[in-house]
Design a protein around this ligand. Structure first.
Ligand SMILES: Nc1ncnc2c1ncn2[C@@H]1O[C@H](COP(=O)(O)OP(=O)(O)O)[C@@H](O)[C@H]1O
Ligand SMILES: [Mg+2]
Length: 332
């Protein structure tokens, strides 16, 4: 099955078809008066058809730049990206047809009502009037906006506006839906409502790429997660496999006074403690299943003369994975 690189652009072979997104050494370096910013470097990954794929990383990690390159808004400095088998740099206009985007900011048209925001998007993408009207009706139902069809977009709550943005992004039935920090700034209830919407789209077979700096969101919603920091891909796997990779299943957080580094070294001497480290004035100890217990840790610290102020225990999370990879917390 020999397919040359050019042919792949227009006639995706079976493998390229299973992978809706393929990036190869994708890199963006911004050159400005302040110097060079290596926003994304050497990004090579594949997103499978039908999956929810997460890009997890803190502010400035390069998430929006990555989405920008995959959606033709940002021109890569180097490397290549295929979306739906189409080279996004060589054929941006064609690529746009197979891409739906919900950017980080509200880009709804305030001169149009809710239904019109969907309708004209469909017409812009070549839908006939009848087809567009039918699709608008269906989407308003699906996104629980039917009773708001003639409302102005300024009258919508943050959660409703965000649902409308998602509905508009899939109006033309794209191969891939990109959601850039979709729940950022939403209240907890609206966040859950949007998670429902995203889950429903996934069940209908929509391929979704979402960026987030919320590790719970990546953990609960995404089938595979790419952890990125400073423009670099640090790890890529299922949330379960990422958490398993750190070799411990319990995280103990300790607030104490005194020499925290010394306390961390002491705790590492306790059998069953996988590792311990200090991050931002907190001591973290990672325990293997069936290993050390909390009382053993506290007793050991007491005996060595450390005064513990506060101790918390929880299962390891993607936050733990991020700390393990970077030595920093995901959230500042
Ligand atoms: N247009 C731009 N010009 C210069 N630097 C930029 C531009 N856009 C983003 N950056 C820089 O690139 C890095 C990655 O930014 P971004 O992709 O927005 O990260 P994230 O979405 O993960 O917060 C940051 O250091 C940011 O300041
Ligand atoms: Mg961003």
């Amino acid at each position: 099955m020999a397919v040359d690189a050019q042919a792949t652009d227009t006639h995706p072979d079976a493998e390229a078809d299973a992978d809706v997104i393929v990036t190869d050494d994708l890199t963006k370096i911004f050159e400005g008066r302040g110097g060079r910013v290596r926003a994304v470097e050497h990004l090579s990954l594949r997103v499978r058809r039908g999956e929810i794929f997460g890009l997890l990383g803190p502010n400035g990690a390069g998430k929006t730049t990555t989405v920008g390159m995959l959606t033709t808004r940002v021109i890569p400095t180097r490397g290549r990206a295929l979306v739906g088998g189409i080279d996004v740099v060589a054929r941006p206009a064609t690529a746009k047809q197979v891409i739906g985007v919900v950017p980080q900011t509200n880009t709804l048209d305030r001169s149009l009502d809710v239904a019109e925001n969907l309708y004209f998007h469909g017409r812009y993408f070549g839908m006939g009037a009848r087809e567009a009207h039918d699709r608008v009706r269906g989407l308003l139902e699906q996104f629980r906006l039917a009773d708001r069809a003639t409302a102005g977009v300024d009258e919508l709550s943050g959660g409703m506006a965000q649902r409308l943005m998602v509905a508009r992004a899939i109006m033309h039935d794209p191969d891939v839906l990109f959601l850039d920090e979709p729940t950022s700034g939403l209240d907890p209830q609206s966040r859950l409502a949007l998670w429902d919407v995203i889950g429903e789209l996934h069940r209908r077979g929509q391929t979704i790429v979402l960026t987030t700096h919320y590790m719970e969101e990546a953990d609960q919603l995404c089938e595979r997660v790419a952890i990125i920091d400073h423009g670099r891909l640090l790890a890529l796997d299922t949330p379960e496999a990422l958490k398993k990779s750190i070799g411990a299943d319990t995280e103990v957080r300790i607030h104490a006074s005194g020499d925290l580094e010394a306390l961390a070294r002491e705790l590492e001497q306790v059998p069953g403690v996988d590792s311990a480290r200090v991050v931002d004035g907190t001591v973290y100890a990672y325990l293997r299943a069936g290993g050390a217990t909390l009382p053993e840790i506290i007793t050991h610290a007491d005996r060595k003369g450390f005064a513990l102020q506060d101790v918390g225990v929880k299962e390891t999370t993607l936050e733990t994975v991020f700390i393990d990879l970077t030595g920093r917390e995901l959230r500042e």
